[in-house]
Design a protein around this ligand. Structure first.
Ligand code: ADP
Length: 603
């Protein structure tokens, strides 16, 4: 049995108990009061009648004996409807209006009757008893009487039957109880019905309240307009709808705010007054993916910078209003940090940490610095050489041989500087985001042949030949033709440069998943494994070939990588060549084209 049910039953029983008590007790009291009043009145009447009989008796002439007294008593008692008994001082009955005279002498002594005993002690004695002879309740009233003539002194007693009065009283009580019972049954049924219907309504209201708590206000509280809970239900529904509309507005505003915050590139961390992270935006979560949950953590747990934590503490303690600085985390992460104190309300404050990731900026700065250093270094070597030989020319102008060899060196170094400058210009061009690329379907074979033309003199000089496996109707790629030629040219120039005399360069292709991969292989010395990634960096050259590499700038492969990446492809090297102990194969991939190629050479 549920607690709610037990409570209801207890409440109902209490209500019924109160109902019964409030009706039953007054009725009980009223019945007793009525009985007492009737008894008192009957006693008064009996006393009056006894006095009257005594008076009448005294006015009568003296009785000849007990028999005349008996007859007289019988006569007087008849209209009064009472029993009259005359008892002498010994307690013996002398005359009785309801007992035949010849039986009087056989009646028991009365001296122990309470009313008789009381009549001797006080003016009037009375007693209420059940009489076995008449099987009824009788009220006895007795008074002393003086003896006259042949009649001795004693006690005159009247007995008034009360059975009819008591019967009437009992009937009244029974009727009263019936009325109370009927009233009680009616009340019980009504209160039960009311409780059932009320508790059903209350349970509906409580379910509705629960449901509202869970954010659902629709299709609830459908009470009939005449239902006594209708006004309450109506007001609950209206309030719930109002609350729902507020919630909706707040939710919309919240999601708007979240989208704004998530749209901001800076990482934002909102600290509460205890200095713990309360919320964060998407950029911040992306910055600290290694921390599973930012909420509830202290800034130091997320950004391992004691300096930043100290700044947060100072801002939260209102020592400073805001803080700006650059924070370095590890070797590669740099942030511009801005901390501001925010006050929502009195005693409700926090702080916002805005983190601007400047790692890429820093990296580019370093690249630029390295580039300037590298370029200066690369240019300084030939320039130093030119300067040296020029000095020689200036000091010893007479020796034609020395002069000629000096001029050759100057010429060679000047060419090298020109090549570096050209390559740098080329790199700047391909790196320029504003350079418009003319991407269209082109035949890779056309690009290869165009590039090979420029390599032919060097190839002839070294006896290096080209084995072209790209069929004449070869792979179609989506590319800027000039840039494709540039890639082929750089790869072929390297292949020619590093191939041994009489070596062979092979160019082939394969297509897969909408991409064409072109491979340029040579039989040169190959590239050490640990340098294979680095050869695509600017100015990087494999150390052991440096001496031989006259005319090397270390920029060719960097240019290739940039071009290929800007086409959405990739470039990599495998060395030694597959199945061989030397040589290298340069691969690059480009998007394949389905459409027919338009020859750029013809257009
Ligand atoms: P460059 O050829 O002008 O020096 P690259 O960027 O084209 O510059 O090449 C970078 C370096 O990679 C070269 O200096 C060389 O050490 C190495 N390299 C490039 N291609 C080959 C090749 N086919 N065989 C061996 N080494 C190569």
């Amino acid at each position: 049995m549920s607690l709610k049910f037990r409570l209801r039953i207890r409440l109902l029983l209490m209500l019924w108990g109160i109902f019964l008590l409030t009706l039953f007790l007054p009725s009980l009291y009223y019945n007793n009061y009525l009985k007492d009043e009737i008894l008192r009145e009957t006693q008064a009447r009996a006393t009056r009648e006894l006095s009257l009989i005594k008076d009448l008796m005294l006015r009568e002439e003296e009785f000849a004996g007990p028999e005349q007294l008996h007859a007289w008593l019988h006569r007087v008692s008849d209209p009064l409807k009472v029993r009259i008994t005359y008892v002498d001082e010994r307690g013996q009955i002398i005359a009785d209006s309801e007992v035949p005279f010849d039986q009087i002498s056989s009646l028991a002594s009365m001296d122990e009757r309470p009313e008789i005993a009381e009549a001797y002690a006080s003016p009037t004695g009375s007693s209420l008893r059940h009489d076995r002879t008449s099987d009824s309740n009788l009220l006895y009233v007795a008074q002393r009487i003086e003896g006259r003539g042949k009649i001795p002194g004693g006690v005159l007693r009247v007995a008034i039957p009360l059975s009819s009065i008591f019967y009437a009283l009992r009937n009244v009580a029974v009727i009263q109880r019936l009325i109370i019972l009927t009233g009680f049954i009616g009340f019980a049924l009504m209160s039960l019905g009311l409780m059932v219907s009320t508790s059903r309504s209350v349970s509906l209201l409580s379910k509705a309240a629960d449901s509202i708590g869970q954010g659902n206000v629709k299709s609830l509280l459908q009470f009939h307009p005449r239902h006594y809970f209708y006004p309450l239900a109506k007001s609950i529904r209206e309030n719930a709808e109002r609350v729902e509309s507020y919630i909706q507005t707040i939710t919309e505003q919240k999601s708007q705010l979240e989208s704004i915050l998530d749209g901001i590139e800076e990482g934002l961390l909102l600290l509460d007054s205890t200095g713990r992270i309360d919320s964060s935006n998407r950029a911040a979560r992306k910055m600290f993916t290694s921390v599973p949950e930012l909420k509830g953590r202290r800034p130091l747990e997320v950004i391992r910078s004691p300096e930043l934590q100290a700044a947060c503490n100072r801002v939260l303690e209102n020592e400073i209003h805001s803080f700006h600085s650059e924070v370095t985390i590890g070797a590669n992460f740099f942030y511009h940090v801005h901390i501001v104190r925010i006050e929502h309300q009195k005693d409700d404050y926090g702080a916002i940490i805005a983190l601007h990731d400047i790692s890429e900026l820093k990296r580019l700065e370093k690249v630029r610095r390295d580039f300037v250093a590298n370029a200066s270094h690369e240019l300084r070597t030939p320039l130093t050489s030119i300067k040296g030989y020029t000095e020689v020319l200036m000091s010893d102008e007479s020796d034609p041989d020395v002069r000629s060899s000096c001029l050759k060196v100057i010429f060679k170094n000047t060419n090298h500087i020109i090549k570096i400058v050209n390559d740098l210009l080329q790199l700047a061009k391909v790196e320029d985001y504003n350079t418009i690329m003319d991407i269209r379907p082109v035949r890779a074979d056309d690009g290869l042949m165009e590039a090979w033309k420029a390599c032919i003199p060097a190839a002839l000089e070294r006896g290096v030949s080209l084995q072209n496996y790209l069929a004449s109707d070869g792979p179609l790629v989506l590319a800027d033709f000039d840039q494709l030629v540039q890639v082929f040219r750089n790869l072929l120039e390297n292949a020619v440069k590093y191939s041994p005399s009489g070596g062979e360069i092979e160019v082939s292709s394969s297509a897969q998943n909408g991409r064409v991969t072109i491979a340029v292989s040579d039989s040169g010395p190959g590239i050490p494994r640990h340098d294979q990634q680095r050869i695509f960096e600017r100015f990087f050259r494999v150390e052991r070939y440096r001496v031989k590499e006259s005319g090397s700038t270390g920029l060719g492969l960097a240019i290739c990588r940039h071009i290929i990446r800007s086409h959405g492809g990739a470039i990599w090297v495998e060395s030694p060549r597959k199945g061989m102990s030397t040589g290298s194969t340069f691969f690059f991939s480009l998007p394949a084209s389905e459409e027919e190629a338009v020859s750029p050479l013809l257009s």
